[in-house]
Design a protein around this ligand. Sequence first.
Ligand SMILES: Cc1cc2nc3c(=O)[nH]c(=O)nc-3n(C[C@H](O)[C@H](O)[C@H](O)COP(=O)(O)OP(=O)(O)OC[C@H]3O[C@@H](n4cnc5c(N)ncnc54)[C@H](O)[C@@H]3O)c2cc1C
Length: 487
Amino acid sequence: MPRLMGSALTAETGLIGRFRTLLGDDAVIVTAAEMEGFVEDFRGRYRGAALCVVHPSSTEQVAAVVRACAAQGVPMLAQGGNTSLCGGAVPAADGTPPVIISLARMRRIRRIDAANGSMEVEAGCVLETVQNAAAEVGRLYPVSLGAEGSCQIGGTLSTNAGGTSVLRYGNTRENVLGLEVVMADGTIWNGLRALRKDNTGIDLKQLFIGAEGTLGIVTAATLKLHPLPTHHALAWFAPTDPQAARQVLGLFQANCGARLTAFELMNARQLQLVVEHVTDRRQPLEGAHDWHVLVELADTQGAADMEAALQTTLEQAVEAGLVEDAIVASSDRQRAALWDIRHSVTEANKKAGVGLTTDCAVPVSAVPAFIEQATQAVRALDPQIDVVIVGHMGDGNIHFIPMYPFDVWRALADATATGAAMRRGVNDAAHALGGTFSAEHGIGQTGLPEMAHYKSGAELSIMRAVKAALDPRNLMNPGRLIPDPLH
Ligand SMILES: Cc1cc2nc3c(=O)[nH]c(=O)nc-3n(C[C@H](O)[C@H](O)[C@H](O)COP(=O)(O)OP(=O)(O)OC[C@H]3O[C@@H](n4cnc5c(N)ncnc54)[C@H](O)[C@@H]3O)c2cc1C
């Protein structure tokens, strides 16, 4: 950890004392050993130094911490579950060590209004806890992703997380009614309205959603709830290729309408890695197939009708030569087992090697072309490269992952440059098809060069103007999201 010298040391030490007074001794972590889990991301790819980690328990405490940091000009980094896949939640290796403000102790569900379809929760609530609390009153909070057992509402909001049910319910942005935010000067903005319609000026909450903690710290949110589906129909099938998968998606959309909730694609290599590296995961279909799709329908009624629609659509797809094989889950257990495969991809890939995860989205119609062109781009750089593909095909969001065995990666002459070139090749393929390099994971540290490369000067200027207005000293989560924020 960089050492702090002279007057800076006195000021920093004073700040830690101030935090102890404000929050109590047990809410301030200063030793390297205790900070370990906060300064490195869960894949061990990004690591930096922090001045300390603080655990405020209330919005007022967050505001007091922010005011204390602002008074000393010390940068702050909000941290949720630290599940970011792009180095968003840990300090950068260079730069002034920030104070990490962990929201983990702010995990109260403040109120649920089932009749209004809303719930107010603190930012540190784990996503799964929120889903379960909504389900207990017969409602659905639809945002769902592999890290839901550890990521927090504040983190999902700040990255505008997507996941597996965007196809039906939209991403996080579309499931938030109100926000409470501590601004860079310590002001508390209470925008916790539970309204589905509110046209009173600029929709301020949207500024903070997806801002990755660069404009303020989210301390609470009013979330939008939906009717809880009680019936599900799920199938796993093998399309002949991505083009066929796209056509089958069209059949499901035509036949099943709003019941279509998830349409998740993976290639054979991704499935193989899950089966090899994660306990109790098995190949769902007999024989070898190049491509796999998990499709799910959900509704509050009409189970038999929905299952029939699933069967009929699959039969049509088989008859049209689009599908090689399929199974339909016949019990909740089987359904959970098939979802477990999908939700195990990150764990499997972490064990399998160094995966250069990308997060592109293209128009759904362009997914097959994207997969083909991205494959050509990375194979032009390395003809042997292992290509792992998994994604939310229904949203056009494909995680195209060039994968290196650990020893090959370690032996590369310049792994950083190789990684950047591989990612750029994939991102260029998406860009050429009208797509984006960042669909749901956020920008973090990984995407910063891509922001500078792909975003227009006009877009970057607007972002910098917003940043300058809300955080003129660049103290909130510096070093990510916006290149040269004070430019
Ligand atoms: C197994 C696995 C599967 C995943 N699947 C998906 C997926 O399908 N879709 C998807 O979108 N993502 C996915 N992710 C990525 C990640 O889980 C999400 O980005 C998640 O939203 C991050 O939440 P978090 O609480 O862990 O935030 P963190 O990782 O702690 O932080 C992420 C960013 O948000 C900021 N932040 C955190 N809390 C606050 C706050 N209260 N106020 C202001 N800023 C804050 C941080 O500073 C950082 O910039 C996956 C990750 C894993 C490990």
